[in-house]
Design a protein around this ligand. Structure first.
Ligand code: K7E
Ligand code: CUA
Ligand code: CA
Length: 618
């Protein structure tokens, strides 16, 4: 017998099996040998010259979970590192017809009618200065919300609206002792409140304000807002649970670009959490739009420290040792290094705010964001130069002490990597934790300029992977991205992986279906249905034209990967249910006829037969 016919024979046997077993509801799940996951690390092997290897062979797993904001796609993406493979998209402030986000009752309840968004900053929840693997938080600059993603299911479980703000931009969770608060900045100044009761302020930009919002991370509710004159861009928190900080580029309160660029100096603002708590205790706040607003304007309180920094700054990042807050000049070629121990003294009034600055190294044209390797080096993205610049923080501080001649030598600059092209954020592995490990760095470039096959006028972004384990930066990979991620974090796999579940807790959903059936209460009809590959728990359901129909489906298949789809022909309804998941939709049966409900997600050899009818009687 030839090789060919032997395999044919095997194939026939398998099909024979499916014919019988399939109908009995046995899943066509893979029967291949599953290796224990822990053993298949890509493990950042060292290659030639001690370089890190970014090769992740078939069957191997990545070392890091990368969580990317999705920009104005409104989503979050999970990217494996070092392979840079996109693993999943998590719909957040958007609609996603593949999963049913924005279609199901569960997701619509969270989204409350808003299906557009602009995610810029995604960060994880912390314990003792490092990720605890429980949650992600992400902002929506467009509709002014913050969403929380639970990492066991990798899905949104809460969204909080932020009143009194526009341009909800920088976001950062508390790092120490654990994430109880998340801070969120408003980039656009507006009248507060911004409604008809305050119409007199509409034409008076000097009466527009910015708000630093504090969110309760567990409850996902607003603790309070601190109102300031300035706008606020990026956000950070320290490693001691004492301060949050931000950069402001529009201290001028301008409403045109030239007005916003009028002054040579703007501010890094630092918020004193102890004094915020005290103001809350003493009732020193006003209720505006249903939240407590504390007055943090100049001359009104001692909650905010304003450190002058040059010009229209962007980005604020804290070194992993917790000692320094570093922001970039954007319009100035410098970074500003603020010593956080000196900030303590400035808040006590012992030194001036500007005396907290210990270095102002010259980095390049258009510096934006800074990340760290845990070995005392900083890496700054430089937009106009299109570079990643590696520099040493201590050397920059020493040069500053020694004076301008020493500074001019720029000995603090260790390496400059040309990137391709126009970098925004930059992030190294674990760099936003005290466990920064200095292995990989991702440069999130806004332009890809010729790096990929031409895809028409609208091109992908380019996420470049850089090995930073040595003295020099070594570019190893280009990764195309759909528009337009802004930021990412790179989290060690062992922090996230043990928490990730293969199936839902079935009865977490109060409507989980155990027994299929149709129930009528007046014009309201509830269709409850289970799914088990390759059948739904009902073969048909009858309703009458004009009925308000709620369809609830629970997937009873527990095998991982075995998700089913539920699509109702011509009723514009489409969603998937993962193992043990329940989802529901509500619609009006306004079209009489026979409507096939079918499984969209290939689940079984008899996947195509996995369907049922909804008969809408006239
Ligand atoms: Cu620099 Cu929105 Cu973080 Cu974009 S922001 S680059
Ligand atoms: Cu169930 Cu396809
Ligand atoms: Ca300015």
């Amino acid at each position: 017998m030839s090789e060919k016919s032997r395999s044919d024979k095997k194939g026939f046997k398998r099909r024979d099996f499916l014919k019988i077993a399939g109908i009995a509801g046995v899943a066509a799940a893979g029967t291949g040998v599953i290796l224990p996951r822990e053993k298949i690390f890509a493990s950042s092997k060292r290659g030639k010259k001690g370089h890190l290897s970014n090769e992740v062979k078939p069957g191997e797993l990545d070392d890091y979970y990368g969580f990317w904001s999705g920009g104005h796609s409104g989503e979050i993406r999970i990217v494996g590192l070092p392979s840079m493979r996109t693993l999943k998209r998590i719909p957040v402030f958007n609609m996603d017809v593949a999963s049913g986000w924005g279609i199901t009752n569960e997701s619509r309840k969270l989204l409350r009618g808003k299906y557009t968004g602009d995610t810029h900053h995604v960060h994880g929840s912390y314990k003792n200065g490092t990720y605890d693997g429980r949650y992600l938080f992400v902002n929506d600059k467009l509709n002014n919300r913050v969403a929380r993603i639970r990492l066991d299911y990798m899905e949104v479980d809460a969204i909080v609206d932020i009143p009194n703000v526009q341009g909800a931009h920088g976001l950062f969770p508390q790092r120490y002792p654990k994430t109880e608060w998340v801070v969120q900045n408003s980039e656009f100044q507006i009248p507060v409140p911004n409604d008809q009761t305050n119409a007199a302020a509409f034409d008076r930009p000097k009466q527009y304000y910015g708000l630093h919002t504090i969110i309760d991370a567990e409850r996902m509710s607003i603790v309070c807002q601190i109102m300031v004159d300035e706008n606020m861009d990026l956000a950070a928190t320290d490693y001691k649970g004492k301060y949050s900080m931000t950069t402001s580029y529009n201290t001028e309160k301008g409403v045109t670009i030239s007005e916003m660029l009028a002054s040579d100096y703007d501010y890094m603002l630092i918020f004193h959490w102890g004094r915020i708590r005290e103001a809350l205790r003493k009732g020193k706040y006003k209720w505006i739009s249903g939240v407590k607003v504390i007055d943090g304007r100049k001359g009104h309180s001692d909650i905010v420290l304003r450190i002058p920094v040059p010009k229209n700054p962007h980005g604020v990042n804290i070194s992993p040792d917790g000692k320094y807050a570093i922001c970039s000049g954007k319009v100035s070629p410098t970074c500003t290094v603020v010593d956080l121990d000196l900030v303590d003294r400035a808040f006590e009034g012992k030194i001036k705010p500007e005396d907290c600055i210990v270095a102002q190294p010259e980095i390049g044209l258009g510096p934006l964001h800074t990340t760290f390797d845990g070995r005392g080096n900083a890496y700054t993205s430089v937009f106009i130069d299109s570079t990643n610049v590696k520099w040493n923080i201590q050397k920059a501080i020493e040069a500053e002490k020694k004076g301008p001649e020493e500074k001019k030598k720029k000995e603090y600059i260790i390496d400059v990597l040309d990137i391709h092209y126009q970098v925004g954020h930059i992030m190294a592995s674990m760099a936003e934790t005290k466990e920064a490990d200095g292995k990989w760095l991702v440069s999130l470039n806004k332009f890809s300029k010729d790096r990929f096959l031409n895809t028409g006028p609208l091109k992908p972004d380019n996420d470049q992977l850089v090995d930073i384990s040595g003295e020099k930066l070594r570019l190893v990979h280009d990764g195309p991205q759909y528009l337009e991620p802004h930021d990412c974090i790179i989290v060690r796999r062992d922090i996230v992986e043990p928490r990730v579940k293969d199936r839902y807790e079935m009865f977490e959903h109060p409507l989980a279906v155990v027994k299929s059936g149709v129930e009528r209460k007046g014009r309201n009809v509830t269709i409850r249905m289970t799914s088990n590959a390759p059948v739904y728990g009902l073969q048909e359901a009858r309703v009458k034209k004009g009925d308000r129909v709620t369809l609830i489906v629970t997937n009873h298949d527990e095998i991982s990967d075995l998700s089913h789809g539920v699509a109702i022909s011509n009723y514009n309804i489409n969603f998937v249910i993962a193992p043990f998941q329940t989802k529901s939709v509500t619609f009006t049966a306004d079209k009489p006829g026979v409507f096939w409900v079918y499984c969209t997600n290939f689940c079984h050899a008899l996947h195509l037969e996995m369907r049922m009818r909804i008969i809408v009687e006239p």
